[in-house]
Ligand binder design. Sequence first.
Ligand code: FMN
Length: 205
Amino acid sequence: MELKQVIENRTSTRTFLNELIPVADLKELVRRAGLAPSVNNYQPWIFYAITNSGLLNKMAIKVAEKLKEIPTNNSIAAKNLLSQVEWFATFFENAPAVIAIAMDEYESVLEMGVQISHEEINKMRNYPDIQSAGAAIQNILLSAVDLGYGACWLSAPMIAKSELEKLIGIQPPHHLIAFVAIGKPSKVTQQKQKKNLEEIFRLID
Ligand SMILES: Cc1cc2nc3c(=O)[nH]c(=O)nc-3n(C[C@H](O)[C@H](O)[C@H](O)COP(=O)(O)O)c2cc1C
């Protein structure tokens, strides 16, 4: 599909047909993710393609448990809100595949010559590790559309980050960044209203 078309067609898909995704397609999605730009071309990522529904279910349970630990004011509004958030954080369990993106620490050139920690440099540079992950994730989202799938980026499940890392088998120095849920869309998703160009474009000439 033409790139412009892919960009214009992409929308977050959260309900999927019960159709397996061939491993070849999952590999192709990750291959394209790996072509994304990254800080110092360090490519500090590993992508775990999870198709095991039992594991996805266990992961969703951990996320739901964590959400229940959030203190609320016990109002009905708070309960409704949390149950809505719970769905947005756990629907991935019904996806044919979830790609979990894990990042390693990149090596900063600056780190070799100055007495500033990796964490400080990362903060000074506005978290290029997370920025790199974002580029890779967008490649997955667009490639999913290109291959006839729908996908959704998820950060809400990260509330149970350490529990999810244990379940998936992600070990230091890698840490979990986000999920992408993927599958054939079960319905046509209404595209979200986006700001018009005049609102978001500023020319500085
Ligand atoms: C960093 C990031 C985190 C997101 N996390 C979630 C999430 O946890 N759950 C969810 O259902 N959608 C999540 N989304 C999807 C957004 O809700 C979605 O992109 C937004 O509503 C715009 O809709 P569109 O993707 O269809 O254009 C996330 C998107 C981004 C970029």
